[in-house]
Design a protein around this ligand. Structure first.
Ligand code: TRP
Length: 325
């Protein structure tokens, strides 16, 4: 069975874009691959954050992952910082990583612009740690969204460079391109992102969801209800399909196109379907959150399993490097 590795940053809970773009795919992969899913808290250190909030963020994320269907009996779920070999391997891989490529990474440039007062070396070596995450488990398949394709390409190059210099230690990881999802934020302009304050979180309360959907961006060419809508380009219509059946969605789109529904009606349908769809996840996550000891147990068990695999790889790496025994 092939090994899958993927990581998610602990920015607290996740939003519907993360859910449909990543987490839902992970849940399906549990049946087909040996899966490791990692809460990448070390990656999170590259941006300014509140140290007091970190515990909570990891727990919330883990609770929501479990509530979404990640199953500790079928996947290894753990926190990156619990397996120190990630950092060790990252250092080693940094010695075969071309500096020029790091400085050319799109995300490095973007994040540097977003936080110009904190352009740290970790921000630049971020993709090396990512390569270490993957190679440490000799994972061959990595589900990635479009924004991580460039990082995975670099991980593959790092892998090839290591192997050609030190022998074939790592299989070259291949991407699993998850459906090219582009869920925009409720502003209808930028990518959905918690930090841009335009997201709908899977654990948002029904009232919060209703309010966010009510204020969501709609077709600016539709000035009054009697104007026919354009479901193909309307933001609200683009989300309907995620939460309603294909038949319902087709009806909603028709209602919009024929102006029998105004945007307010479309939004109401979207909000109610969203509330209904997300309720079981929100409730299960709340149950996990009420038992932090159980979350701790899951992550502890996961880290133990991961460390066994990591140690095995590191033995091979040290041997290949010729480090003093
Ligand atoms: N950088 C990824 C993101 O922000 C998270 C990540 C860290 C990751 N390590 C990984 C994804 C390894 C895939 C494989 O989405």
């Amino acid at each position: 069975m092939e090994t899958v590795f993927s990581g998610i940053q602990p920015s607290g809970g996740f939003h519907i874009g993360n859910y449909f773009g990543a987490v839902q795919n992970w849940v399906e992969m549990q049946d087909k691959y040996r899966c490791l899913f990692c809460v990448v808290d070390l990656h999170a250190l590259t941006q300014t954050y509140d140290t007091k909030a970190m515990q909570e963020r990891v727990e919330t994320l883990t609770a929501e992952l479990l509530a979404s269907g990640l199953d500790p009996n079928r996947a290894v779920l753990f926190a990156q910082s619990h397996v120190p070999e990630h950092s060790e391997l990252a250092w080693i891989l940094s010695t075969v990583t071309p500096y020029g490529e790091l400085s050319r990474m799109t995300q490095f440039k973007e994040k540097s612009e977003r936080e110009p007062e904190n352009i740290n070396a970790g921000l630049m070596s971020y993709p090396i740690l990512m390569a270490a995450d993957i190679l440490l488990y000799r994972a061959t398949r990595v589900p990635v969204g479009v924004d991580q394709v460039q990082h995975l390409e670099l991980a593959r190059e790092i892998c090839r460079r290591f192997n050609s210099r030190f022998g074939n230690v790592f299989p070259e990881p291949q991407p699993i391109h998850t459906k090219a999802l582009k869920i925009l934020g409720v502003d209808g302009k930028q990518k959905m992102s918690k930090s841009l304050d335009n997201s709908i979180q899977v654990s948002d309360d029904p009232e919060v969801i209703r309010k966010k959907v009510k204020n969501a961006f709609t077709d600016p060419t539709r000035l009054k209800k009697a104007d026919p809508g354009h479901p193909d380009t309307c933001y609200v219509c683009s989300l309907q399909g995620y939460f309603a059946t294909p038949e319902e969605t087709a009806t909603y789109h028709d209602n919009c196109r024929t102006a029998s529904w105004g945007c307010v009606d479309s939004k109401r349908a979207l909000a109610e379907n969203m509330v209904k769809y997300l309720a079981p996840i929100r409730e299960k996550a709340a149950e996990w959150k009420a038992h932090p000891d159980r979350i701790r147990q899951v992550l502890g068990d996961g880290a133990q399993t991961a460390r066994v695999l990591a140690n095995d790889t590191m033995d091979k790496v040290r041997e290949a490097l010729g480090l003093y025994k």
